[in-house]
Design a protein around this ligand. Structure first.
Ligand code: ATP
Length: 631
């Protein structure tokens, strides 16, 4: 195992702030601030206005407080007995206290507004992101790059989007604090402004250095952290539990987990020591800067350019300016580091919009007489050989048609083209003469029920698992659900569950139940039947069922239809189950090489007959062997 193993897509933006110049960091800030401002405005205007107004007012209070402090100092440094000077300063002291109190209230108001707007921004971003990505076309979802981008945006983009809101608020607060300080100094004496620069620049340089070092380490630390999580997830995962125990692999995983956590701890320590050293260096350089500043200030006082109270006020202002600048640099780096992830999120949203299926056009008919597939070609992205290479056939209402053929011959792809999940690159699929490319994609999907090879196991109730195909988890037609479950053999599965239809089908939640593969298949077939769509596609629905259940499902699908005008397409490798289909299409290398009823194809003596005879001979020879053994 190598620690250099980094997930390519996962860490693309990590450490961006480690190599960024100050200029690059500064250049990014206005855009991201505007973006967060826009999002905040869209989600909660009142809170956004409150945050902005209170923040400006708070910065003004800080500046007024500084000026009032100079007033206090003027009284304290005046001629006369100390009690008189203190008494004279009391109104100014109260003023300072008043400004500080109002500032504290305003800061609390900013925090409250931020607390209201941040979750809203996150919720809005997350909902928008999921509603766009959940609808993009299937080809996009199957594209590996797209998959990486979406997961990165989901995990990191959304996470950093939430953090960046608070960071932008703190950034604004630090920037306003610095502006306020500069304003106060220029009121005291314009020559104090360069002094502020002299004092804060070394501190700023140290902060830039320290932030860079931290982000440099972050990339490595983060990669290790993610690997640690993979190990802890494997050690705790219920699906891996049986295999881990039978392989006695836990200790090996624990060793690797321990090794990585020790490395992370070392990295943490190294980072802490490094930060402390950089800080020390920064303070040393800053100390020199401060020394020069104070010397210059002293010279101004001696020369009589500045009254003593204003000089003392300048010291206070310079200190406040230094702390604002350090905060500004720290947060600017954080924002710079996190902004690319937020950009990523928004870019994925934008590209998702372009990948949505058609949302306009004719509605797919609720009853279809004929589906015509005409010379359809389809090649998967990145593949040289076509999965479908000129496929033509017609399906008529009430027919049951089987797709058979070797692995990879194009059966499932053809089913997905029929379902409107893929668009043919050449040729056409039309429903009663209307090309599906002219149809609203959603309306087409509503008229097709698919039971695919590996059906989804929804962690919902048994009933919701059956109604999910109609786009609802909360509404059901009980009689229809019962009929579908009966036809698929799922009724007995459900009857045996502790809370029958309302039993949660997931062991991950309290009270949840685990079904076997075959039982899940029955639920999936029931889901397909419940939809009662004019086109039903069954892609090896019974592969994991026991022989009686398989027989029962085929009986139901072929004879006990819930809709007599339904077109049923059945993909199966068990040829005994397709014997009764009205027509059998034999696929080979993306083409249909034979077509006809079972009897016609057997008489023809082609590929189908050869496959059927081979399977049948397997059963016969085992029967013969069993009989011989019995004799
Ligand atoms: N999502 C995909 N991306 C890229 N290529 C794919 C994808 N799905 C299938 N293919 C390829 O397309 C070809 C046809 O596959 P398809 O799944 O349609 O065959 P099939 O006849 O259903 O096979 P099986 O009997 O094994 O289910 C195969 O070469 C397969 O590797």
């Amino acid at each position: 195992m190598t620690d250099a193993m980094e997930e390519a897509y996962w860490s693309v933006h990590d450490g961006a702030a480690a190599s960024a110049t100050v200029r690059q960091v500064l250049a990014r800030l206005p855009r991201i601030t505007a973006l967060i401002g826009r999002l905040a405005w869209q989600t909660d205007r009142a809170s956004t206005v409150t945050a902005v107004v209170c923040q400006l007012a708070s910065a003004a209070m800080a500046a007024f407080g500084l000026i009032a402090s100079v007033g206090v100092l003027q009284h304290l440094f005046a001629q006369g007995p100390t009690p008189d000077r203190v008494r004279a300063a009391i109104p100014q002291i109260l003023l300072v206290a008043g400004f500080l109190a109002v500032r504290a209230l305003l800061e609390a108001a900013v925090s409250l507004a931020q607390a209201r707007v941040t979750p809203k921004i996150r919720t809005a971003l997350e909902c928008k992101f999921l509603s766009l990505t959940a609808h993009v076309r299937l080809e996009a979802v199957e594209d590996a790059d797209w998959h990486d981008e979406v997961h990165r945006a989901n995990d990191r983009g959304l996470f950093y989007a939430r953090m960046i809101v608070g960071q932008v608020v703190s950034l604004a607060s630090a920037a306003l604090g610095l502006i306020g300080t500069a304003g106060v100094l220029s009121i005291l004496h314009p020559a104090l402004l360069p002094l502020l620069l002299l004092s804060v620049l070394p501190v700023g340089a140290a902060a830039v250095h320290s932030a860079r070092a931290r982000f440099h380490s972050f990339k490595r630390w983060n990669a290790l952290q993610r690997r640690v999580r993979v190990f802890s997830w494997l050690l705790l995962d219920v699906d891996a539990a049986a295999e881990l125990r039978s392989d006695t692999a836990q200790d090996a995983l624990l060793d690797e987990h321990r090794r990585l956590t020790v490395k992370i701890a070392e990295e943490d320590t190294r980072l802490g020591v490094n930060a402390a050293l950089i800080n020390l260096a920064g303070r040393a350089v800053g100390g020199v800067g401060t020394g020069i500043t104070y010397a210059a200030l002293a010279a101004m006082l001696i020369a009589g350019w500045l009254p003593l109270a204003a000089g003392a006020g300048a010291v206070l202002a310079i200190q406040s300016g230094r702390s604002s600048l350090t905060q500004l640099i720290e947060i600017a780096h954080l924002v710079y580091e996190h902004a690319p992830w937020v950009d990523d999120l928004l870019a994925v949203q934008e590209s998702s919009r372009r990948l949505l299926p058609r949302a306009a056009g004719a509605r797919a008919p609720e009853k279809v007489r004929e589906i015509t597939v005409q010379d359809v070609h389809f090649t998967y992205p990145g593949k040289d050989t076509p999965a479908l290479n000129g496929v033509s056939f017609t399906l008529r209402a009430g027919e049951t048609v089987a797709f058979v053929g070797l692995n990879g011959s194009g059966k499932s792809t053809c089913a997905k083209v029929l379902a409107g999940l893929y668009e043919p690159q050449k040729g056409s699929v039309s429903w009663d003469g209307i090309d599906v490319r002219q149809m609203d994609a959603k309306s087409l999907h509503r008229q097709v029920a698919c039971v695919l090879q590996d059906p989804v196991r929804f962690p919902f109730s048994a009933l919701s698992n059956i109604t999910a195909g109609t786009g609802t988890l909360t509404e059901a037609e009980p009689q229809r659900a019962l009929a579908a479950a009966r036809a698929a053999g799922a009724d007995r599965v459900i009857a045996a569950l502790p809370a029958q239809w309302t039993t949660l089908l997931s062991k991950r939640f309290k009270g949840g139940q685990q079904l076997s593969g075959g039982q899940w298949a029955k639920i999936a077939v029931a889901r397909g039947l419940y939809k009662a769509a004019p086109l039903l596609l069954l892609d090896e629905p019974t592969a994991s069922m026991d022989p009686p259940s398989e027989h029962a499902v085929y009986e139901a699908v072929l004879r006990g239809r819930l809709r007599t005008d339904q077109i049923t397409v059945l993909i199966s490798h068990r040829l005994a189950s397709v014997v009764d289909c009205d027509r059998i299409l034999v696929f080979d290398s993306g083409r249909i090489v034979e077509s006809g009823s079972h009897d016609e194809l057997m008489r023809r003596g082609g590929d189908y007959a050869a496959m059927f005879t081979l399977q049948a001979s397997g059963y016969r020879s085992s029967t013969a062997t069993a009989e011989e053994a019995g004799r």
